[in-house]
Design a protein around this ligand. Sequence first.
Ligand code: BG6
Ligand code: MG
Length: 215
Amino acid sequence: MKSVLDLLEKVKGVIFDLDGVLVDTAVFHFQAWKRLAQEFDFDFTEIQNEQLKGVSRIDSLEMILNWAHVVASENQKIAWAALKNRWYLEFVAQMKEDDILPGSIALLHWLKQHGFLVALGSASKNAPLILEKTGMFCFFDALVDGNSVTLSKPHPEVFLQAAGQLKLKPSECLVFEDAQAGVDAAVTAGMKVIGVGSHLKGADLSVCSLMEVLN
Ligand code: BG6
Ligand code: MG
């Protein structure tokens, strides 16, 4: 059976999704969206949340409003997206070291020591803030996040931009992703992909956590 190290042997760059791969912030997004959904009496479920992983803030809001059958003006949507982000950032402000997912720092260290280029490929506009807060910023040779990308995963834009910044071909990159939309984006980009979690279809390999990668 293929191992992570076999896949790494074939690439020069590694691209990480952020939320749910390096940091345990996916749950903060869920809680903030759930609170917002209560504003319009909608019971937002974890199953629905799974479909929002990797999707931009505004596209996520559109999907929730659609599920809730709520029609809103553009100004109202902007206000709700801002409110959700305020609540999300309240969780982020309380982040502690154990919100960095196990194995993240060790893997980033190992990749740099072994000469791999490392990039972030995230839909989040809060990515730079979170990387600073967790002390992970210094490991990255390139950052592509919700501030520079216009198309949500499963569109491959985020990963293609990351490969471009690293000056690598897509086939020279390996992606770590926890969202089905992200795995699909990496496959469409022509990259190898490791799913973080057991529920992902189409990944070259799956791990339960980054802790497994070097073990
Ligand atoms: C992705 C998350 O990483 O970023 C999504 O999986 C989130 O849940 C998206 O909606 C955008 O994040 P932010 O921080 O810009 O609201
Ligand atoms: Mg994610």
